[in-house]
Design a protein around this ligand. Structure first.
Ligand SMILES: NC(=O)c1ccc[n+]([C@@H]2O[C@H](COP(=O)([O-])OP(=O)(O)OC[C@H]3O[C@@H](n4cnc5c(N)ncnc54)[C@H](O)[C@@H]3O)[C@@H](O)[C@H]2O)c1
Length: 326
């Protein structure tokens, strides 16, 4: 059945893939974005499709549209971007989710919130199951994002309890792929852009800290399956790839796949940087019948091809857009 679906943050990395996927499935998609970190380039190929509509709007302000489903992805996701204007980051998570949940309530839409593994902070439990409450610093540089997302989860569950709304939360772990922002400072884009530009690859600490990397297509599949579940399935549910790699292994793989002559160099670890992060995805397996399928070398190759093309077109790293707190 064709639905009318709102995707906030739809011009961003994940949002653009989600819009593409939903349009391809025959739905009408309304992409809402303030272009803080997202770009028109990410959705340029959808603009001529009559099922796709773009609206420049900041979700910290109310919005009224008739839709059947809302995927709330709007929020800068990388530390460089969310720390650029931390007050706006918290507003986007908290006021943004209040506005979008209010809209979902009024128009009786199904709602899915894009939360994050950062709600676990620097975890003392490994891998992290959904029942783990996290270890988060409430006053640090990452708090605008971590605590904003935690509060957004609280709001989703209060709306579910108080208003009996069909809402859901997915906790996304490190995801990578084409259309990542080239200057987002995230490890995959950093390494790939550095290697393609012939610059040394910067590792923080000794590179032994581990991360798990999920390819974007796997993540989008899980999000769509989650939205398709009944009201009893609320989450929060971890979505990510549990296969762990050390940051050093990732650096070596990027060098191998790009054929770059760059070297690995080491710099001090930033504060609050988690040492380990790995999703426990038993719930996603059981409730969504989902499993990540794309291995790191395969996804990394597609990501490298994307950045290679971007850099050749002279569209390399650049600062983010101009949205500010007020
Ligand atoms: N990529 C990951 O690995 C990852 C991991 C965990 C969680 N997430 C979550 O997934 C969502 C999407 O992340 P992404 O990686 O695509 O990041 P992104 O920065 O590429 O996308 C976020 C989008 O939201 C838009 N935006 C920001 N503030 C807005 C506002 N106030 N109003 C309207 N639009 C706004 C940006 O312009 C951008 O297009 C975020 O909510 C993020 O927290 C992503």
């Amino acid at each position: 059945m064709q639905k009318r679906i709102l995707v906030t943050g739809g011009a961003g990395f994940l949002g653009s893939h989600l819009c593409e996927r939903l349009v391809a499935a025959g739905h009408e998609v309304l992409c809402v974005d303030n272009f803080f970190t997202g770009t028109r380039r990410n959705i340029a190929h959808l603009l001529d499709d009559r099922r796709f509509e773009l609206l420049r709007h900041d979700i910290t302000f109310p919005l009224y549209v008739e839709v059947d489903e809302i995927y709330n992805l709007a929020c800068p996701a990388s530390p460089i971007h969310y720390q650029f204007d931390p007050v706006q980051t918290t507003k986007t998570s908290v006021m943004g989710v209040i506005n979008m949940l209010g809209l979902a309530k009024r128009v009786k839409a199904k709602f899915l919130q894009a939360s994050t593994s950062e709600v676990y902070g620097d975890p003392s439990v490994h891998p992290q199951p959904e029942e783990y409450w996290g270890n988060v610093n409430p006053i640090g540089f990452r708090s605008c994002y971590d605590e904003g997302k935690r509060c957004a989860e609280t709001l989703v569950f209060d709306y579910i309890r108080q208003h009996r709304m069909p809402a859901k939360v997915v906790r996304i772990f490190n995801t990578y792929g084409p259309r990542m922002h080239p200057s987002d400072g995230r490890v995959v884009s950093n390494f790939v852009v550095q290697a393609l530009g012939g610059k040394d690859i910067t590792l923080y600490g000794d590179g032994s800290q581990t991360r798990s990397f999920c390819y974007v297509d796997d993540l989008i599949e899980a999000m769509v399956r989650m939205m398709g579940t009944g009201p009893e399935t609320t989450g929060p549910i971890n979505i990510g790839n549990p296969t762990e790699f050390s940051i050093r292994e990732l650096g070596e793989l990027v060098l191998e796949l790009t054929g770059s002559k760059s070297k690995l160099i080491f710099e001090p670890l930033p504060s609050d940087d988690p040492k380990q992060r790995q999703p426990d995805i038993r719930k996603a397996r059981e409730l969504l019948g989902w499993e990540p399928e794309i291995a790191l070398p395969v996804g990394l190759k597609k990501t490298i091809d994307y950045f290679d093309d971007l850099l050749r077109r002279g569209d390399g790293p650049h600062p983010v857009g101009a949205s500010r707190s007020n």
